[in-house]
Design a protein around this ligand. Structure first.
Ligand code: CP3
Length: 341
């Protein structure tokens, strides 16, 4: 029998709600910080498959979440496409050469950089009980492109948005290359044991409507249709952060099975605008979890009540803040577990 999370993603509206948290494997956990200290950095952890499997399982052991999300990063795809990748302490990621400086065909792909990730998936799957779901993931082409083009994170993705207007054919080639690598990468994760996958589109909110159609909806639709052709029963969760009023078109046109909602989305609006019965995931503000107190329970209960009429995976509206107290996460789990629709 598949677990609560997988059944919910497949469209069953069960009285109990599954729960997992974006970025649940990471810096708010003391046991993660110990391992990171020992291995000397984030990327070393990702490529050490025993360490990565252990970190994937840490939040499951501590809290018993319904889903384990693979410990890796969306920037492993540009690394495999041939960019150098570094995570400098306190500075965030750096990719080089940046595609504002260098043409795409100057990159030489290094597909072996994906192989350890599949090993991590297989190791986790071998340890995780059948009632827990193993989630694979990748970044969506638009969000990944913003890092590949600028070579780093940026506040409003302006280099990439400008390139997409200045040289649409050149930018299309970048998006297509990311799309193809991502299809192979997610297929590899599924073959290794991932039971559902999530596409993270953290910067979907920065695009104008026509650009959203072209750079968010179209490549995500291509990924979903390629995966569905090979793995029709593996749910795909799409998380277009900041998409706002473009969310209904995204949900209808990409072919995704479930949609992740950020904390700015009003559940009453989704009840009217998203396809009936489509599973949703979200959308407690991570800062409500950080702050804690009685307000945390009020807000978490409101999220649970608001999505009672459709399949709902309890989650945050974005990644958990690294300062979040463990006790607040424990309180949230207890509340979500005791709720019945
Ligand atoms: O969710 C999980 O627990 C699984 C692992 C995961 C990580 N990153 C680990 C990580 C996932 C799903 C991601 C996704 C990711 N990575 C996104 C999309 C989601 C989002 O949060 O918007 C993006 C944009 C990235 C790129 C990235 N990775 C940045 C900008 C940074 C540096 C900023 C930061 O938060 O430190 C990372 C590093 C990173 N990825 C860490 C972790 C645990 C922190 C590494 C450390 O310092 O130990």
């Amino acid at each position: 029998m598949p677990g609560l999370l997988l059944r919910t993603l497949r469209g069953e509206n069960l009285p109990a709600r599954p729960i997992w948290l974006m970025r649940q494997a990471g810096r708010y956990l003391p046991e993660y910080r110990v391992l990171r200290e020992q291995k000397g950095g984030f990327l070393a952890l990702v490529y050490d498959t025993d360490a990565a499997a252990e970190i994937t399982l840490q939040p499951i052991r501590r809290f018993g979440f319904d889903g384990a999300i693979l410990f890796s990063d969306i920037l492993i795809v540009p690394h495999a496409m041939g960019q150098d990748l570094q995570f400098l302490a306190g500075e965030g990621p750096h990719l080089s050469p940046a595609l504002i400086d260098e043409r795409l065909d100057a990159l030489h792909s290094v597909p072996e950089r994906l192989t350890p990730i599949y090993e991590t998936v297989a190791k986790v799957r071998a340890t995780l009980g059948s009632e827990r779901t193993l989630l694979g993931f990748a970044g969506s082409p638009w969000t990944v492109a913003t890092y590949m083009v600028a070579g780093e994170g940026s506040r409003d993705q302006h280099h990439t948005r400008a390139m997409a207007y200045r040289d649409p054919a050149g930018f299309q080639a970048i998006i297509d290359a990311i799309t193809q690598t991502t299809i192979g990468y997610l297929a590899g994760q599924i073959v290794a044991g991932a039971e559902a996958v999530q596409l993270f589109d953290s910067w979907a909110g920065s695009l104008a409507p026509a650009e959203f159609e072209r750079w968010v909806i179209a490549p995500n639709a291509a990924i979903v249709s390629a995966l569905k052709a090979r793995f029709p029963d593996v749910p795909v969760i799409g998380f277009p952060k900041g998409a706002g009023e473009k969310l209904p078109a995204y949900a209808r046109e990409t072919g995704i099975d479930a949609v992740g909602l950020d904390e700015t989305i009003d559940p009453l609006w989704t009840a009217r605008t998203l396809p009936a019965g489509m599973p949703v995931q979200g959308n407690l503000d991570p800062l409500a979890l950080l702050a804690g107190g009685d307000e945390l329970e009020v807000r978490a209960r409101a999220v649970l009540e608001a999505f009672a009429d459709r399949p709902h995976v309890f989650n945050l509206g974005h990644g958990i803040d690294k300062e979040t107290p463990i006790a607040h996460v424990e309180r949230l789990i207890t509340l979500a577990r005791s709720w019945r629709g």
